[in-house]
Design a protein around this ligand. Structure first.
Ligand code: HEM
Length: 152
């Protein structure tokens, strides 16, 4: 509905429009019309690298996951994990690792292990002050690959 243009004051209609338009994108030339990506809201590659670093360190001592990572090249997994995370959240990086099905093939990963891995990411993000909305989105991102990772 159109705001009521009140003839009693010169700016009455404009004031009403302003409150109306508060949640509408800024269409002026040069204004950004796309909302910031998850990558941007997390703070970019450095912040994401810190989250992955923390989460994989937690995997390495998590009794539910540690046996899987024993003897693996953790720095390499952190690098690939960071690329994957950056790309998946809208960053410009290119992921150079194997696809999720190939990387986890033959491991027969269980639902319990998947939840444990996601839990470690949630703990790492909370420890680093990531907001609740972003934590939820990352959980969604990790969960979205479950069919490639589980029981292969
Ligand atoms: C939550 C979803 C998951 C994502 C997004 C993910 C992502 C990745 C990525 C990017 C790699 C590196 C790929 C490469 O080496 O080329 C990898 C490898 C690996 N992942 Fe996952 N992963 C997930 C779940 C899990 C779970 C639940 C486990 C534990 C059971 C696990 C255990 C491993 C192991 C052991 C490797 C190293 C494989 C090897 O080099 O032999 N992952 N994962």
């Amino acid at each position: 509905m159109c705001p009521d243009l009140d003839p009693s004051g010169p700016n009455a209609g404009l004031v009403e429009y302003e409150s109306w338009l508060r949640d509408v994108p800024d269409y002026r030339p040069g204004a950004s019309s796309t909302p910031p990506s998850l990558y941007e809201r997390l703070g970019g590659a450095e912040r994401i690298a810190a989250i992955v670093d923390d989460a994989l360190d937690r995997h390495a001592v998590n009794p539910l996951l540690a046996p899987r990572f024993r003897g693996k090249d953790l720095p390499r997994l952190k690098q690939l994990g960071t690329q994957f995370f950056c790309m998946g959240s809208g960053g410009p990086q290119r992921y150079e690792g194997r696809d999720m099905r190939t990387a986890h093939a033959g491991m027969n990963v269980s639902e319990q292990e998947l939840v444990a891995a996601i839990d470690d990411f949630v703990t790492a993000m909370r420890a680093q002050g990531v907001g609740a909305a972003e934590v939820n989105e990352v959980v969604g991102m990790l969960y979205s690959v479950k069919n490639e990772v589980l029981r292969t």
